[in-house]
Design a protein around this ligand. Structure first.
Ligand code: ADP
Ligand code: TPP
Ligand code: MG
Length: 309
């Protein structure tokens, strides 16, 4: 089947679709200069790797392409400003519908779509680039210090448990709500990230590849170790899902004094971050319940048996 989309039709469709539509249609999108720190990030969503276009609702693919990028902004404590979409789309898939759905998701998540590019391509590929601003210094993976507490913004493993069931043939609509939403409609923890930055967090990372792998990355960048007391596991998920399943898009936050941040989250009506452990000086010490914790998670192109794929 050929949906007969032409590049100019995709562009016309997307110009009408989002709130920033006036930015689309010229050689560049213009954003007024700002005195704040500006952050950018870019993440791909590829058919067969991140989604399955035959099984995933188009709106979920579009949402995911935007949300995974805004999750990186959240980890920096940023406020989203705008997104770009570079789209490669096979002829059998309606590129207009995808571009429009991305513009709608971008509006919903607060980062209007201001431009991009469209080509035909053998594999559906969405590369979203997101732009954001931070008051003060952006949070990074690098600042965690011995004595910091480690927090996560929610229970882990639900997206992985949902993915397993969908890949085994369960219809997306048949999944329990919390598994469905974790997999198809992840919510970037932007407000948590902004509060973490303003309440003195020393480092943060979002959990995309797996909690233990991403925590090891934060520890590697900071040159520290960690001691976890426990891992909050989402209902219907396993410990393996929570440690290495990935795609949770919760934030891991290192902070010396967590109580003010937790209070601020409660006051803002956000879910309270969960204290799961602490940072230690010895970079070789990385434990869960006193036992060594290996990095487990998703690494594109890896063949190690330690990596769940
Ligand atoms: N092809 C690339 N070119 C330049 N930088 C890249 C490329 N791939 C990844 N990076 C950078 O490497 C770092 C880690 O990437 P990644 O593991 O994808 O992080 P995240 O989980 O935040 O998306 C980021 O700073 C990212 O911008
Ligand atoms: C069809 C399908 N197979 C497998 C997965 C699981 N999966 C794919 S990529 C990924 C990790 C996150 O993606 P990545 O591109 O590494 O994101 P980043 O770390 O750059 O944010 C996981 C768990 C999936 N979502 N869909
Ligand atoms: Mg990435």
């Amino acid at each position: 089947m050929d949906t007969n989309w032409r590049e100019d039709e995709v562009i016309e469709a997307v110009i009408g679709a989002g709130s920033a539509s006036l930015a689309i249609g010229d050689d560049t999108a213009t954003i007024a200069p700002s005195s704040k720190s500006r952050v950018w990030c870019s993440d791909l969503v590829v058919d067969g790797v991140h989604v399955e276009v035959d099984r995933w609702p188009l709106a979920a693919i579009a949402h995911k392409a935007v949300a995974v990028n805004l999750s990186d902004l959240a980890a920096a404590g940023a406020t989203p400003e705008a997104t770009l979409l570079a789209l490669a789309c096979p002829p059998a898939i309606d590129a207009r519908a995808i571009a429009v759905a991305v513009a709608e998701a971008a509006d919903r998540l607060g980062a209007p779509l201001v431009g991009g590019d469209t080509t035909r391509g053998a594999t559906l590929t969405l590369c979203v680039t997101a732009l954001g601003q931070v008051d003060g210094t952006p949070l990074t993976r690098r600042g965690a210090r011995s004595g910091d507490h480690l927090l996560v913004t929610g229970p882990l493993g639900a997206a992985s448990a949902g993915l397993r069931r969908v890949l085994a043939g369960e219809a997306p609509e048949a999944l329990p709500r919390h598994l469905h939403d974790a997999l198809f409609a992840p919510q970037p923890r932007l407000a948590h990230g902004q509060l973490a930055a303003s309440y003195g967090a020393s480092a943060a990372i979002d959990v995309s590849d797996g909690f233990s792998l991403d925590l090891h990355r934060l520890a590697d960048r900071s040159g520290v170790g960690f001691e976890l007391d426990h891992v909050p596991i989402a209902p219907d998920a396993t410990l393996a899902d929570a440690l290495g399943g990935g795609e949770d898009y919760e934030l891991v936050i290192a902070i010396h004094d967590p109580s003010a941040l937790i209070d601020a989250c409660r006051a803002a009506g956000l879910r309270e971050p969960i204290v799961v452990g602490r940072i230690v000086a010895d970079a070789r010490q990385r434990t869960l319940g006193g036992e060594p914790l290996a990095p487990r998670g998703w690494i594109h192109g890896a063949s190690s048996p330690d990596i769940t794929r």
